[in-house]
Design a protein around this ligand. Structure first.
Ligand SMILES: [Zn+2]
Ligand SMILES: [Zn+2]
Length: 244
């Protein structure tokens, strides 16, 4: 009986939530983050600004870095195949894409996560990509405390809602509070990240999609993939909003 009541109250709460979402969207239609025009397709971007986001033209089939040569795989991946299976990103890290990521991360503009998550979900659906679970790139507890939120986790929540793949948040952890990667060279980044993550699998997960806002060198992606594969995960893809 108690159980029934609990179920019912959850259901009412869920419906109230849906209703409040509907009412909210009628009362506050979406507005473009960039130019304040009405949003397109329930996004906080208008059609013009959406078109101004630059998709990468040709990129490496594995690490998604922009390519200038005819080959499908970049020299770095050929010479030193990474531990992840592939990186899929939507946009180049510049202009509007960069603006959205920085507004979310540094100005805590959480509504950017919704637009980014919805755009990523559309892209993933169009490519028919599959995974057993989504996992956001984790922040170290100290960093999470300072920032108050994990931007990748916020984005992942919207992707989960849109594509229905379960989101697993606490199995993959960042156990070393690495110094900021931005100022380090590539080989220093790799050293800096060694054994920075831990993964405790609770279920039999064969394939994981790591959700990231922006991939820069791919060192973080590589170290996470290494950690997951050591624990028996077969396939690790990175789904990112942007690629630097
Ligand atoms: Zn606009
Ligand atoms: Zn590559």
């Amino acid at each position: 009986m108690v159980h029934q009541a609990e179920k019912l109250s959850k259901l009412i709460y869920k419906n109230m939530n849906n209703w409040s979402n509907i009412i909210h969207s009628r009362l506050y239609p979406t507005t473009c983050f960039i130019c304040d025009q009405p949003g397109y397709n329930e996004l906080d971007l208008c059609q013009q600004c959406l078109q101004d986001l630059n998709a990468a033209t040709r990129s490496c089939a594995i690490c998604d870095i922009a390519l200038t040569t005819e080959s499908s795989i970049c020299g770095r991946c050929l010479k030193n195949p990474p531990s992840f299976d592939s990186i899929t990103s939507l946009y180049q890290y510049e202009g509007i894409a960069q603006f959205l990521i920085q507004s979310l991360k540094f100005q805590a503009k959480h509504s950017c996560a919704r637009t980014m998550g919805l755009l990523m979900a559309q892209h993933i659906k169009a490519l028919n990509k599959q995974a057993d679970a989504l996992m956001p790139v984790p922040l170290h507890a100290k960093r999470l405390n300072e920032r108050g939120f994990n931007q990748s986790e916020l984005i992942a929540q919207y992707i989960q809602k849109a594509i229905g793949v379960p989101l697993i948040q606490h199995s993959l952890k960042r156990i070393v509070n690495t110094t900021s990667q931005a100022t380090l060279k590539a080989n220093e980044r790799r050293k800096n990240l060694r054994n920075a993550f831990s993964y405790t699998s609770t279920q039999n997960i064969q394939s994981v999609a790591i959700i990231d806002d922006v991939v820069t060198t791919g060192s973080t992606a590589n170290e996470i993939a290494k950690t997951l594969k050591r624990q028996g995960v077969q396939r690790v893809e990175i789904w990112a909003f942007a690629r630097a």
